[in-house]
Design a protein. Structure first.
Length: 301
């Protein structure tokens, strides 16, 4: 392989992440490389978090995010936690500021190893989510799957958390629904001109809910941080929960948990949860050819 870069195979609550170090380079991870890496069982991922040199003052890096189908993603909360863990291990620092196409993200690693990411402010305006037609109240829109008189899913809350989300409220464990069947239909529904992440959310208490997500461009994933943020905000917005919610991610290993706070003082959404390093290697960002490093370590060098 020529001109390889270092990468780490990581996960956030099972959300499979490749953290790729593109610092000091002018090129980018290509869609073809992403598709090739996603096709290999060893490097199968939900999102690639490519770390580039900062583009603006006051930031530590620009993060380019790719889905497993090679498309671009605007935000990935679970992936951002993985980036923080990798850079904290490399530098010894605990706080970072990143630029993404969705905006500026601040993040900090805590003493217990959990990581908080400031995901910014939620967006509720229909044309900014975006939707293809106007809805005055995006806390509940007209959209359903199934018979008109007995729909399986209906009336989602929609919003953007840097990327479009639709939250369908269900009355039982989200794992009991055939999201693998409904997810692609809803992701690609004409109401979502840029497609959408589809989440099923079951509120279990005023401060707790269980979620499962079909991710735009990635499919059925084990976890999705921005979806958890969207579910928590939508729960508070529609009066189902308070502004701080513990999210149990139904599809993640051991039903992992995230704490989401929608801060009243500045409207920002703070996501706190774990990240896990698995192994490191080197890859060609043009083709996706890779090799696994024999040594252990959590650094992206």
């Amino acid at each position: 392989m020529n001109a390889t870069v270092e990468f780490a195979k990581m996960n956030g609550l099972g959300n499979r992440i490749l953290v790729v170090d593109m610092r000091g380079r002018k090129d980018a991870v290509t869609p073809a490389a992403a598709i090739a890496l996603a096709a290999d069982p060893a490097t199968r991922f939900d999102q690639i978090m490519a770390i580039h040199d900062p583009k603006i003052a006051g930031t530590d890096a620009f993060i380019d995010i790719l889905n497993c189908d090679g498309s671009k993603a605007q935000a990935c909360g679970n992936g951002t936690r993985c980036v923080v863990q990798a850079l904290a291990s490399e530098t010894g620092r605990k706080a970072f500021t990143f630029q993404t196409v969705a905006g500026i993200l601040n993040a900090v690693e805590h003493e217990d190893g959990t990581i908080s990411v400031d995901m910014g402010e939620p967006v509720f305006e229909w044309d900014r989510i975006p939707l293809s037609e106007e809805f005055h109240d995006t806390g509940r829109i007209e959209l359903q799957i199934g018979p008109i008189d007995n729909p399986v899913l209906h009336s989602p809350s929609v919003m953007s958390m840097g990327n479009p989300h639709a939250i369908f409220w269900v009355d039982r464990d989200p794992m009991t629904f055939d999201l693998e069947r409904f997810g692609p239909l809803l992701e690609n529904h004409p109401i979502f001109p840029e497609k959408a992440n589809i989440t099923l959310a079951h509120v279990t208490a005023p401060n707790a809910m269980t979620t499962r997500t079909w991710e735009r461009g990635a499919g059925l994933t084990l976890a999705c941080g921005s979806a958890a943020c969207s579910a928590a905000v939508s729960g508070a917005r529609t009066g189902r929960t308070g502004r701080t919610v513990e999210i149990t991610v139904a599809s993640s290993p051991n039903r992992g948990r995230l704490t989401i706070e929608w801060r009243e003082r500045d409207n920002h959404v703070i996501m706190t949860g774990p990240a896990e390093w698995e192994w490191a290697g080197a890859l060609d960002p043009e083709t996706g050819a890779f090799e696994r490093r024999p040594e252990a370590g959590a650094e992206v060098q």
